[in-house]
Design a protein. Structure first.
Lengths: 460, 595
């Protein structure tokens, strides 16, 4: 009985007892005449002795369908005439991005239309740094060959495009550029990390540790006064802009090519290394990386966090782009095409659904972040089906057949062979370690976890 | 942190300094006496152990190698120690003790205070940054555990124009609006830099700075926004001409690309396995070499001579070795060389001839064989490269001579002759290999005291001569037993083979899934006499055929590979092997899967 109290009250007035049966017409009526007939289903478990098996098969099918629909490549933006060195997404607009070319040209792209809005002959050498002003319609570009930093206005006035609104000649070769999240400050990395105020001619701060130049320095998007930098002498620097000296230096085994702060987790940053790995670091515990991301078969050139902070994308010299879940050392997916050459830059879009990559084959490419995601609006039933499939895959993720299907990727032969080779090398090293430990004893050859193998030392 | 524990510095003082340096400059002008008094007061109230800061002292004239002078006061001065050391055992012990104590006190000098201070400042700053970052921990953890993440796009993003034409149109409209509203400001806008461009810093401070340090470059950089870019380009020594730089970069890139293409091409070519391609490539290469040589002969005689010398060396190497083939790489090169050298042509001819002789099939003719050897010895004798010592050559000749005596019959017949067997058995023996011969010999020994078979007896009677009969009988007996033995072996082999095949078929039958007959017995049969039985066709419709599987051992005649296809076997590849990560035990995991 649905409303016992009410009916009790009714009973006091009426001698008749009312029984109510509530039915939702949506459960048994079709929406349209073309729709399939809805079947009444008795959910009693004893009537479905094979339900577990059915569910398993549905999970398997969901996994297979995911792979069937995995078509991540959306399109190519057209030949740029030379290798692309940098990509920079607009900080506010979803559909806009900039690309920097090795021959000094900067192009401004409309992503959904895959059309070039404009192109500038910005520099006379490779565009090394490219960043947007966070609030105004301005972007900065710098070049190490002509040693200039230029500001370009992307307003409505087309006449402004032909020449920069301001230009600085630097007495060092800038290697990268990053803008402060809110203030008119930007960090230039060259022979040291320089902090510039856009209204002043001299740098307002300068940090250096060691003699080699700095490859990239980036502001922490949350704790604004913090900067992280990677240097040519394989070091990772943590810098506080309020201090005169860098806070800490981590000496790594190999060179770190790029770095990125997690936008959602202020103390987490990731670096792309020359030793084919990515590393994520906890800025509070810099003695060893928090996670080692293994999978590339050549140097990782760039890394970017998704705006959700839960995923990473990396561009590599092995002509692939890999996607990673933050904190999981195996990649979630690997993207490649026949024509894509070495990838130098990869960036997530602001909605974390797309990835733009810049590669040595003169092209900018657009990818889906989820390979099998359907683009466009979903009907409620489609949405329900997608959710069910996701839930099933998650539930049966540990089953060997489901895992096999979900993890399987077809790779070009050279990549596949390179992976096999790396696997063999790793296996050999591990076997040797075990043998040595057995032979010499646990105390003389202690087990060293993977995380502790990549840091040479920490300078305070 | 570690270094701070190691150092002798007063922790309190250090912290006070760190906060002072990080804080405002106002605290810097506190008098030192006051500061010291404050610290000592703090030390007293907090009961902190006030260890002294180590200091560098100026060098003194007194000898103080191991810090002995200050170690034990007056009693431990060096002179006294030396004086007492001349005494007995007790004094020596005392000296030893003193030395040990001195060693214990001996320390490495600490880093200068300037460095340690900078370091401690860095450490303090890092800890503060850590604290700031650590405040986000709860937020981050909550975020990590939550199902959804929110990352709203900034609301300030204005709608953007979509193409150049849009831009143009909008720009025109905007300019028109601006002109109509305020013509002066619009004019100013078109020329002047926008808000964030670096304005010309021309205040008193910057002028003083420039005058003091005379940094023209900085002045230029400051004035660049308004100045003429071409003029500045000329002034900046670091800047190269744009076109030149681009050209240089382009040429570099082209070079790299070309090298890359060449590498790829060579790699591709090295993978080609086609024989005809290889043949063509070889010929092309030979032709190219030939052309090069002819060209060299005229253009660069020295290089030509060198090439010819190299070929000569190769020829000498070849003579030492035993490769005398006509088609080898060496021979080809020699042929090439022979074009320019008659002697070389002759040498090639010789070589081919010799190769032919060496590879000639040896028939029964012993004379031909030996003559060949002789000619070989002669031809090898006149080669400059192979100059054997004379005694060695003599030995060699003697050996061959002795061999020749023996080799009036072919080598394969020799053991037969030595055992004195007839020609019939010897021909048989010659057909088989050396191993077989030995086997036969052992068989023969066994058979010598065996009774002869009747058929053999009959053969012997026919002959007449007792000795010959005995020998032939024995040989025939051996032949017969051999056959019998072979037959027996063949029989057992056949049996074993048949057994094996039977077993294999049984296994295959056992492992082959069976057809399922769904035709119920009794159907269409109980309606009484006169009704037609069910047709075979109709009956067959109810049989579900089991899939025919190809066995893994089908291609291997001598192997049985069992493919156990129990229910457990088929299911095994679908089962989870261990307890996966977030679960502690199997029950938990099963519970999660059931839900």
């Amino acid at each position: 009985c649905l409303f016992p109290v009410l009916i009790d009250q009714l009973n006091t007035h009426w001698p008749m007892k009312v029984k109510l049966l509530l039915r939702n017409p949506q459960d048994y009526l079709r929406e349209t005449a073309d729709d399939i007939h809805k079947l009444a289903r008795n959910p009693a478990p004893e009537l479905h002795p094979m339900s577990a098996e059915t569910e398993y098969v549905r999970a398997l099918n969901a996994a297979k369908l995911e792979r069937m629909f995995a078509k991540p490549f959306l399109g190519c933006f057209g030949d740029q005439g030379d290798q692309l060195s940098r990509v920079c997404m607009h900080p506010r607009a979803l559909s806009l991005c900039l690309s920097g070319c090795v021959d000094g040209r900067v192009a401004f792209w409309n992503i959904p239309r895959r059309s070039r809005v404009l192109q500038l002959d910005a520099h006379s050498g490779c565009v090394q740094g490219l960043c947007w002003h966070p609030e105004q319609d301005l972007f900065y570009s710098c070049c190490d060959t002509d040693r200039t930093l230029k500001a370009w206005r992307v307003g409505d006035d087309l006449t402004e495009f032909s020449r920069p609104v301001s230009q600085r000649h630097l007495d060092f070769a800038p290697l990268n550029l990053d803008h402060h999240v809110s203030k008119d400050l930007f960090a230039l990395s060259g022979d040291a990390v320089y902090l510039y105020d856009s209204r002043r001619s001299d740098p307002v701060g300068q940090w250096k540790w060691g003699s080699d130049s700095v490859l990239q320095a980036r502001f922490n998007p949350t704790e604004w006064h913090l900067l992280a930098a990677v240097t040519k002498d394989n070091a990772l620097l943590l810098i506080d802009t309020r201090q005169r000296e860098p806070l800490r230096r981590i000496r790594c085994e190999f060179r770190q090519n790029a770095l990125c702060w997690n936008p959602q987790e202020p103390f987490v940053l990731a670096t792309a290394s020359d030793d084919y790995n990515l590393y994520s670091w906890d800025a509070r515990r810099l003695a060893s990386p928090a996670c080692v991301y293994r999978g590339h078969t050549n140097a990782a050139m760039d890394v970017d966090f998704a705006p959700t902070g839960r995923e990473l994308v990396s561009a590599s010299y092995d002509c692939t782009v890999r996607l990673w879940e933050s904190g999981r050392s195996q990649s979630r997916d690997v993207y490649h095409t026949k024509r894509m050459y070495r990838v130098f830059a990869a960036r997530y879009s602001l909605d974390a659904r797309f990835i733009v990559t810049a590669s040595a084959d003169f092209n900018l490419r657009l990818w889906k972040a989820r390979a099998s995601e359907k683009l466009g609006a979903l009907t409620p039933r489609e949405r329900a089906a997608v959710n069910t499939a996701e839930a099933l895959k998650q539930k049966y993720a540990h089953h060997p057949q489901v895992r096999r299907i979900v993890q399987h990727r077809h790779l070009p032969k050279r990549l596949y062979q390179a992976q096999l080779e790396m696997k063999a090398i790793r296996g050999k090293q591990r076997r040797k370690e075990v043998n040595r430990r057995e032979h010499r004893g646990e105390d003389k050859e202690p087990f060293v976890p993977e995380r502790d193998r990549h840091v040479r030392g920490v300078d305070e | 942190m570690k270094n701070r524990e190691d150092s002798d510095d007063d922790p309190l003082e250090e912290e006070a300094e760190a906060t002072m340096s990080a804080g405002e400059e106002a605290s810097a002008d506190v008098p030192e006496e006051d500061h010291a008094a404050l610290l000592s007061g703090l030390r007293r109230t907090l009961k902190v152990d006030g260890r002294r800061r180590s200091e560098r002292r100026p060098p003194s004239s007194a000898m103080d190698v191991h810090g002995l002078r200050s170690a034990g006061g007056a009693a431990s001065s060096m002179r006294q120690i030396l004086a007492t050391a001349l005494g007995g055992q007790a004094a020596k012990r005392a000296v030893g003790q003193e030395l040990r104590a001195a060693k214990r006190r001996h320390r490495v000098l600490e880093a200068p205070a300037k460095l340690t201070e900078a370091k401690s400042q860095r450490i303090a700053a890092y800890e503060r940054a850590n604290k700031d970052l650590g405040r986000w921990y709860g937020y981050v953890e909550r975020n990590r555990l939550s199902e959804e993440v929110s990352f709203p796009l900034p609301a300030t993003g204005a709608p953007r124009p979509q193409s150049v034409s849009d831009y143009r149109q909008r720009a025109r409209v905007d300019i028109a609006v601006a002109m109509s509203a305020d013509p002066d400001s619009a004019k100013g806008e078109s020329g002047a830099a926008p808000t964030t461009s670096a304005p010309v810093v021309d205040d008193l401070e910057s002028r003083l700075y420039r005058r003091l340090y005379n940094q023209t470059a900085i002045a230029e950089a400051a004035g660049l926004a308004a100045g003429n870019p071409q003029q500045q380009q000329q002034k900046n020594p670091n800047q190269l001409d744009g076109a030149k730089v681009r050209e240089r970069l382009a040429s570099n890139r082209r070079l790299i690309a070309r090298r890359h293409f060449l590498e790829e091409k060579l790699k591709r070519q090295s993978r080609i396995k086609s024989k005809s391609y290889r043949k063509h490539a070889r010929r092309a290469k030979l032709k190219q070499e030939e052309a090069e040589l002819t060209a060299l002969k005229d253009s660069d005689p020295a290089a030509f001579a060198e090439r010819m010398a190299a070929l000569e060396r190769a020829r000498a190497d070849e003579r030492i070795s035993q490769r005398h083939r006509g088609g080898s790489k060496f021979a080809r090169q020699q042929k090439l060389r022979a074009k320019f050298d008659d002697a070389a042509r002759q040498a090639v001819q010789d070589m081919i001839q010799r190769g032919k002789e060496l590879t000639e099939k040896t028939d029964g003719d012993a004379n031909g064989d030996s003559s060949g050897e002789d000619s070989d010895a002669k031809s090898s004798g006149d080669e400059a490269a192979v100059q054997l010592p004379e005694d060695l050559v003599d030995d060699w000749n003697d050996g061959t001579a002795e061999e020749d005596k023996d080799e009036t019959v072919p080598a394969s017949l020799r053991p037969a002759r030595s055992t004195g067997l007839s020609a019939a058995s010897s021909t048989l023996a010659s057909s088989a290999g050396q191993k077989r011969q030995q086997q036969q010999r052992s068989l023969e020994l066994d058979l010598s005291h065996m009774p002869s078979l009747p058929t053999v007896d009959a053969a012997g009677d026919e002959d007449g001569d007792a000795l010959e009969a005995a020998s032939s009988r024995r040989s025939l007996a051996r032949l017969r037993t051999d056959e019998l033995l072979a037959e027996e072996v063949a029989e057992t082999e056949a049996d074993a083979k048949a057994d094996f095949e039977r077993e294999k078929a049984a296994v295959a039958d056992e492992e082959q899934p069976k057809d399922v007959d769904l035709f119920l017995p009794g159907w269409n049969t109980w309606t009484g006499p006169g009704t037609r039985p069910v047709s075979e066709e109709r009956r067959q419709k109810f049989v579900i055929k089991a899939p025919r599987r190809k066995r893994r051992d089908a291609a291997h005649g001598h192997v049985i590979i069992r493919e156990r296809l129990g229910a457990g076997q088929a299911l095994r590849r679908h089962l989870v092997k261990g307890v996966p990560f977030p679960y502690a035990n199997a029950e938990q995991f099963e519970g999660a899967m059931r839900a």
